[in-house]
Write a protein that binds this ligand. Structure first.
Ligand SMILES: C[S@@+](CC[C@H](N)C(=O)[O-])C[C@H]1O[C@@H](n2cnc3c(N)ncnc32)[C@H](O)[C@@H]1O
Length: 496
């Protein structure tokens, strides 16, 4: 195989150098989706045209690496499949698509691989993972909020290419992706964990990108994909390999731990808290009373970040009409099973707009701590207030305050519920103005075996004044009542 290029991808293709003698691979070109440098695009185009002319003349097959990132598949209506349609979202995506067209019409045999973000040894420092590692090591890391990246081990790309060429696959476009977009917050937690560092997170708002890439053709053409481990644990395997295992001493179970978000495992979440005896009924009764004391005719309620509907189930008995709002689709599915008939909207509490107003808006179990800044807190309270009827009530069960949080706190429970035995151990530290809580779960189910996974959340330690200020800015009178419903007290606001 002739390999054109000397960069990261080209170096990883070296094991194939003695195979596929009639193939030329163009592994040179723009290596980041962020670039908008016309000269770099021109250089890549010129190189590709030269290779295409030569491959046509010498009857060689050309392999061209395009992209399956959001640059190609990120737009509404780009379904993430090779047969399109695609509406590239950036200059980089349009450039790659134009070169794909040149390849297809070149007269040479061709194979186009639309590569996702490749991870491997020797990555250029400007790419996502090296940048995040550098940031964590420096103590301050820039994190793009609510952004997702599909990532694939470069070794898996090489195996797939080898198989496709060996099987004579030609004149075809194939996505090389895992099919699972990974949330960047989870990636950063995984890196922190493996480096044994907790960095200050500088959150940056960028347009939301969660592109799901179809892997159907890849799976059909490359049987080895079943051994790659694409699935919920793939990220952990990548981070273990390229960042290192958890720095905990040998002999602990850390080596087996997987990075998972408990909110994406709604059944485990529900079983754990029910098994631990979280008293959703008593908490809901407390809130109901607080609402009715302030608005006796209240008959409708919206529970924001409602999870699987533990509170909604009880609010439904006290109010004529209840609805929920939730970010995690897994949680929404769990709510549909638990409280069928109650609408749970998919949405982000920081910016949502529903068709109706409610007499009460609640936000329970510290969900509010998922907001990162006082600006977001203000924005969220404004959204809550905009969904209230006149005199309506907002009740927020907050996270701890900076002075009540116990740094280094360890929580531990073993519960059995719904056929699952769950051991949960947590450790919380202070990370700037937030708590960084790391939780390990071991879940055993009869006949299914034992799974071990870990998740990590950053929960902001807003001060009491910051909460109160956000209520007032949203046009609400506010009081803080310590204690109930869950020990951290409750903020109750009334729209004035
Ligand atoms: C600690 S759980 C509480 C769930 C539920 N209220 C309960 O008491 O069981 C936090 C919930 O907030 C949701 N969440 C996190 N960020 C959110 C956001 N920006 N908008 C809406 N929901 C969010 C999570 O998906 C999760 O279900």
């Amino acid at each position: 195989m002739e390999i054109v290029g000397r960069g990261f991808t080209a170096r990883h293709l070296a094991p194939l150098a003695d195979r596929h003698p009639d193939v030329t691979v163009v592994a040179a070109g723009v290596s980041t989706t962020a670039i908008e440098d016309v000269a770099a695009f021109d250089r890549e185009a010129e190189l590709v045209y030269q290779v295409l002319r030569r491959c046509r003349a010498e009857r060689r097959t050309v392999v061209f690496f395009s992209t399956s990132s959001h640059a190609i598949y990120g737009a509404d209506g780009s379904p993430g499949t090779e047969d399109g349609p695609v509406y590239p979202t950036s200059v980089y995506g349009r450039h790659k698509l134009a070169l794909e067209a040149a390849v297809r019409s070149s007269g040479a045999d061709w194979l186009i691989l639309r590569l996702t973000h490749l991870i491997g040894d020797g990555q250029p420092p400007h790419q996502t993972i090296p940048l995040l590692v550098k940031g964590v090591l420096s103590g301050r890391v820039t994190v793009h909020r609510d952004t997702y990246r599909d990532m694939v081990d470069v070794r898996h790309m090489v195996t797939a290419l080898d198989r496709l060429l060996a099987d004579g696959v030609r004149n075809t476009v194939v996505n090389i992706a895992s099919g699972i977009p990974q949330r960047m917050e989870t990636v950063v937690c995984g890196i922190e964990q493996r480096l044994g560092r907790v960095a200050e997170w500088h959150m940056v708002d960028v347009p939301r990108t969660e592109t799901t890439v179809s892997t159907a053709r890849l799976r059909e053409l490359v049987p080895e994909v079943t051994d790659f481990g694409f699935g919920p644990d793939y990220l952990s395997a990548l981070l273990d390999r390229y960042i290192g295992k958890d720095p905990m001493p040998p002999g602990t179970a850390a080596a087996d731990e997987k990075q998972r978000d408990i909110y994406d495992r709604a059944e485990t979440y529900e079983a754990f808290y029910r098994g631990r005896g979280k008293d959703y009924e008593a908490e809901s009764n407390t809130i109901t009373k607080l609402v009715l004391d302030r608005k006796p005719d209240a008959s409708s309620l919206l529970d924001v970040a409602c999870g699987y509907g533990g509170h909604l189930h009880h609010f439904d008995k006290a109010f004529r009409h209840v609805e929920g709002l939730e970010l995690s689709r897994e949680m929404i599915s769990a709510a549909a099973r638990r409280i069928p008939g109650i609408t749970v909207h998919h949405g982000d509490m920081r910016q949502f707009r529903l068709a109706r107003r409610f007499d009460a808006v609640t936000c329970m179990f510290s969900s509010i701590g998922h907001l990162d800044t006082t600006y977001e807190l203000a924005q969220t309270l404004r959204s809550f207030a905009e969904h209230l009827t006149p005199g309506g009530v907002i009740a927020i069960d907050p996270w701890w305050f900076p002075e009540t949080f116990l740094p280094g706190y360890v929580g531990s429970d073993v519960v059995t519920d719904n056929g699952m035995t769950i051991a949960r151990v947590s450790h919380s530290v202070r990370a700037g103005t937030a708590t960084r809580i790391e939780v390990h779960y071991i879940v055993a189910e009869p006949g299914k075996g034992i799974q071990h996974f870990a998740d990590c959340h950053r929960i902001t330690l807003f001060t009491r004044e910051e909460y109160e200020q956000a209520f007032r800015a949203a046009g609400c009178d506010v009081e803080y009542l310590p204690g109930d419903p869950a020990g951290r007290g409750v903020f109750v606001g009334v729209r004035s």
